[in-house]
Design a protein around this ligand. Structure first.
Ligand code: SF4
Ligand code: SF4
Length: 288
């Protein structure tokens, strides 16, 4: 059941208060974001939006999708195509939830089938997302397009507020996650959250999972991710993306020399073989 405006505002208020000692993501740093204390994600209490546009480069059942990019991220993926812009927490205009809800409503009226909240990392702006949902005169078809490194409480507060979780499952082990994105306990946190989201039935949210194939990471990342999906979430749509480009620090190749190239035909064929062997019906679409 979608939440009422009052329930959404209550959750937004509760979330905003919690920023006094923030644990929205599994860094659980306890920083006072309301007082502007320096946080690993760089965020305070405000949300800024650095880009918005209509996209046709998402999964077929999500397009046309209106993309809303919130500034700030708790990861530092070496290949991030939005970096370094997305790391600046005050890049772009400050979000006014009422105005953004009206704009998203107009996009839906003009044909957008989904509103795709991404970044940076949108779950770090939970309070703004809840305010956005509350400000909409009729429910917006919101997607949380996320690295899925939030705490479980965030998923509980989102239940009933967003329609789709579009979750990245990027790394198949903690060593690669730490070396490439600077995060720890990655596999434990993301798999826990995927199972948590899959169990959320009350709010009617759908779960979709994406994995970006990375050169040199078939064995260590793609295989374990695909095997985990086959074993634990066989009915959840799993999209294997082949559009890797060596953006940002990946191009320099200092810490991750294997990431300086694009995928070749051999990488793609090997990935397909894995999927066939695991009997995973992954979709391969061109997604950014
Ligand atoms: S979102 Fe994460 S990194 Fe940012 S202040 Fe909260 S716990 Fe810390
Ligand atoms: S999680 Fe997404 S936005 Fe954040 S650094 Fe990684 S690729 Fe970039």
């Amino acid at each position: 059941m979608p939440l009422t405006r009052e329930q959404l505002l209550e959750r937004a208020y509760q979330t905003k208060s919690s920023l006094r000692s923030c644990t929205l993501c599994e860094r659980r740093c306890g920083v006072d974001r309301l007082a502007g204390q320096p946080a690993p994600c760089g965020l305070g209490a405000e949300t800024h939006c650095f880009k918005r546009h209509l996209s046709y480069a998402e999964e077929l059942d999500l397009i046309p999708s209106y993309m809303v990019y919130f500034a700030g991220c708790n990861f530092r993926c070496a290949f991030c195509v939005q970096a370094p812009t997305c790391f600046d927490p005050i890049r772009g205009e400050r979000v006014d939830p009422e105005a953004l809800a009206a704009e998203c409503g107009r996009q839906v009226d003009q044909g957008a089938t989904t509103i795709n909240l991404l970044g940076g990392e949108p779950s770090l702006h939970l309070h703004t997302i809840l305010e956005l949902a509350a400000a909409a005169p009729r429910p917006l078809p919101l997607i949380l397009n996320s690295n899925f490194y939030m705490t479980p409480e965030v998923l509980d507060l989102l239940d009933g507020a967003v329609g789709i979780y579009l979750a990245d499952f990027k790394f198949g082990n903690d060593t690669c996650a730490d070396r490439i994105a600077g995060v720890d306990r990655y596999v434990e946190v993301v798999t826990r959250n995927l199972l948590h989201a899959a169990r959320q039935r009350a709010g009617g949210a759908r779960l979709m999972v994406r994995h970006l194939l990375m050169p040199g990471h078939l064995e260590c990342c793609f295989k374990p991710v695909a095997a985990w999906m086959a074993e634990h979430l066989p009915d959840v749509p799993f999209n294997v993306m082949e559009g890797y480009v060596p953006a940002w620090r990946a191009a320099e190749g200092r810490r991750n020399p294997e990431l300086t190239r694009t995928l070749d035909a051999g990488d793609r064929a090997a990935a397909r073989e894995v999927l066939v062997r695991l009997q995973v019906s992954a979709r391969k679409e061109i997604c950014a």
